[in-house]
Design a binder for this molecule. Structure first.
Ligand code: ATP
Ligand code: MG
Length: 582
């Protein structure tokens, strides 16, 4: 995604405006403290000049007045520090709250994006939008508002004071501006590639670490530890080298050059002062100029340096913005509620890519409370059918109705509450069994236990050391795959759905447990409409009707006994093969 600069900048500014909208008061206060602090800081050398010119040089040692001036210099310094503290906390607070707000907004948006978006999304990129890019947007605050504003005001204040003291000497100091520009240009040419490389290597380090942790079992089983360690060390070394190059540019170019400019300016100003002294100018001015020069060189370099930071932050902001512009699914404004759970498909057609249909012309009627099985070869479109029934995608042709009402007319909340899913790969959170079953739905312990008993997972849960409170580890790593499936079934049952979809819910459990799950499904008969996809035909043998999908079409349909009658039928063949395999 390449966008034009002005467009990026406009988007970044708009994004910042929105994120900082509630912060106006803090911004104004911060700026006010900043102005006051800068003014006080500019005042210090002027007072010093008074002390030198009126008392020290003429040896006019009026102790009371001198003490007053010294006291004033001290008071000005202390007040400036206190104001700096207030200004800093205000600006930092604005930046941190804005990034928090922005992160919440981005994450909230991602949570509501349609499932189709995640087919193409790359997890690492999305994560980096929410973490790194928002952080960079924060830099925009810290850099632009803070460093740039601060430095500009300090430089302007000092320049104004110098011009007021002696504008000719000030002109010498003004030479500094182009000099700073040139230095920064050189510095950036030397350091930019190193900075980019270091960043790239750091993300490689993260990626390798994450990959190794998630694949640790495979990695150790293949005896690949040494190979991974070598690869990691190589990347780590490259990162180190890039950082060293970056540091070298800093150490060689930036600091010494700054000092050189400082010294050059001092020499020039002292020389200029010598010439001007013939015209009767006093030594206090020299003191004031030396103080001011020390204060403007650094901020000026800072201002120039911020420009590249600014560019990166603008690019990050436009990336965040692009994500925020990602269209949400159309608001399903329906208010209908599921009462019976009767399903019907009419001429349903769908393809992830409309050119390549996955489901074609499906017609099916599923009475409320019926138990339907769906079978078919890998890739025949079974999971896709469930995704459509769950409203994750919208069909391109035909329609789906529940209780005679099109899917879109149901309220989101009611739909999700009454339609349960046990997905093909059970997704467990790293929290307790209880939370995995409840999924934030405020269920009582009794409800959770009832669901767990129905899904036949109560017994093994009780054997875990903390029962329902046992943490399951990332992705439910503490459980076997079959146990995970049982917990996922309990989760679906806990909501007491009217319609329940199971996608290969018995693929990984032993035959005995599978029979128990079959019993559980049978118990639902008449109360819950069940659609179960199964490769393992025993799971759905007892179904009221079995639908055989073939290349996205319904090839056969009927109860087990009827399908077995079809000579040379797909179901008959599948069944015979499974019998053989046992
Ligand atoms: P299995 O028994 O292996 O689970 P399935 O019948 O559930 O298979 P589906 O997952 O529905 O098959 O996939 C049907 C077809 O749609 C496949 O050809 C697959 O490549 C394609 N497909 C599935 N998901 C997507 C997706 N998110 N984007 C694009 N194509 C997809
Ligand atoms: Mg599938």
């Amino acid at each position: 995604m390449q966008q034009s600069e002005p467009r990026n900048t406009r988007q970044a500014v708009a994004l910042l405006r929105r994120a900082a909208a509630p912060e106006h008061r803090h911004l104004w206060h911060g700026t006010l403290w900043l102005l006051l602090a800068a003014a006080l800081e500019a005042l210090g050398p002027l007072l010093g000049k008074q002390l030198i010119d009126q008392h020290l040089m003429p040896r006019h040692l009026d102790l009371a007045r001198m003490a007053l001036l010294l006291g004033a210099i001290f008071a000005v310094g202390v007040s400036a520090s206190v104001l700096r503290y207030y200004q800093l906390t205000r600006f930092a607070g604005v930046a941190m709250r804005s990034v928090r707000r922005l992160r919440e907004q981005v994450y909230g948006h991602v949570l509501r994006l349609p499932i189709a978006f995640f087919d193409k999304a790359i997890t690492g990129q999305l994560v980096s939008r929410v973490t790194n890019d928002t952080e960079q947007v924060k830099n925009l605050y810290v850099q632009v508002l803070f460093v740039m504003l601060d430095s500009s005001i300090v430089v302007l204040g000092a320049m104004a004071a110098m011009a007021w003291l002696d504008w000719r000497l000030m002109l010498i100091v003004l030479l500094l501006v182009p000099a700073a520009g040139v230095i920064v240009w050189f510095y950036q040419r030397a350091s930019a590639p190193a900075v980019a490389l270091a960043r790239e290597k750091r993300s490689d380090i993260n990626a390798q670490m994450a990959e190794s942790i998630s694949g640790m079992a495979v990695l150790q089983a293949c005896n690949a530890e040494e190979r991974f360690r070598t690869r990691f060390c190589a990347t780590n070394e490259q990162h180190y080298q890039a950082r060293v190059a970056e540091l070298r540019a800093n150490a060689w170019l930036l600091r010494p050059m700054l000092d050189l400019i400082n010294v050059l300016l001092l020499v020039l100003v002292i020389y200029g002062f010598g010439l001007r002294q013939l015209a009767g100018i006093e030594v206090g001015i020299l003191y004031a100029f030396v103080s001011y020069i020390g204060r403007v060189v650094d901020p000026l370099i800072q201002i120039t340096l911020q420009f590249s930071q600014l560019q990166q932050a603008v690019v990050a902001a436009s990336r965040v913005n692009t994500l925020l512009q990602e269209a949400l699914p159309p608001a399903v404004g329906g208010t209908r509620r599921i009462t019976q759970g009767q399903l019907s498909l009419r001429n349903l057609g769908f393809g992830y890519d409309p050119q390549h249909p996955v489901l074609r012309d499906l017609n099916l009627d599923i009475p409320a409370g019926a138990f339907f099985g769906v079978v078919g070869h890998t890739g025949s479109g079974k999971s896709t059918l469930l995704s459509l029934l769950l409203r994750f995608y919208t069909a391109q042709s035909g329609r789906i109705e529940i209780d005679g009402t099109p899917l879109a007319h149901f309220s989101d909340e009611d739909f999700r509450a009454h339609v349960g899913l046990v997905p093909q790969d059970p997704f467990l959170l790293g929290t307790s069994v209880r939370e995995n079953i409840a999924m934030g739905r405020h269920l009582s312990d009794a409800q959770i236990e009832t669901a767990a008993r129905a899904a036949r997972c109560h017994d093994f849960v009780m054997q875990l050391e903390q029962g329902y409170a046992t943490p399951l580890g990332e992705g439910g790593a503490r459980l076997s795959v079959g146990q995970k499936q049982l917990v996922a079934i309990a989760r679906a049952l806990a909501a007491q759905p009217r319609i329940l979809f199971l996608d290969e819910a018995t693929a990984h459990i032993d035959s005995e447990t599978e029979q128990l799950v079959q019993l559980a499904l049978n118990e639902l008969r008449g109360r819950v409409t069940v659609i179960a996809i199964a490769h393992r035909l025993s799971t759905i043998r007892a179904a009221d009707c079995i639908v055989v999908l073939n290349h996205g079409r319904i090839a056969e349909q009927g109860p087990h006994a009827a399908l077995m009658e079809i000579d040379g039928g797909i179901y008959q063949r599948l069944y015979a093969m499974q019998q053989l395999a046992q």
